[in-house]
Design a protein around this ligand. Sequence first.
Ligand SMILES: [Zn+2]
Length: 237
Amino acid sequence: MTKLNYLDDTYLFESSAILIELRENEKGKVIILDKTIFYPQGGGQPADHGEIISENAIFSVTDVRLNEDGTVWHFGKFKSGEFQKGDEVTLKIDKNRRILNTELHSAGHLLDCVVTKMRIENLKPTKGFHFPDGPYVEYDGTIENPVELIPELEKTINGLIKQDLKIEKNDLSPEEAREQGVWAPLGKPARIVGFAGFPTCGCGGTHVNSASEIGKVIIRKIKSKKGKTKIAYSIEK
Ligand SMILES: [Zn+2]
């Protein structure tokens, strides 16, 4: 299994690792390391991009996935040279991409807080899409006149940002995870995440330390029909 260093520090953009295995499949070359700061795509958050560098080679990482055996697969291609098993390598992730993905993902959590705060009780979060091209959170349940809610949603979410709410994280033991019904893939701890004072949820993404890092949230669109409500948003500085 690959140790997931990004879970300890969202803002660690460079680190080192040992190359465990070099593979190739239909998606191209695969690098497996003993530990990584690269976020594997999942939970509505895109993968990190960046480079893996040894003394003799540079590998450009264009996709990252958590394999079902708990290893992280770094996909991409060599810009120069080749790696050998056992190589000591330096990992560098695209800092701006990580920060944007982290802020968009964290804004999704904050939107859930706002739905709770505004007591829109019939909405239950089901799905988040936190990619830069049109992020949204989808809820089970519908509301009347959804578009009229936009100004209040925006005011409430940006009010929480001004309060600079802290993110709280707690990794559960396997027993606690079972008891609380929190699922996590093999190799990832079952982690409970939430803004202070609001309901928490199981999440393995990368998060800001506190809400002010997000900047400002714009509510772009709300659609509420066929039993589902979709709230689309963006962030700006
Ligand atoms: Zn999260």
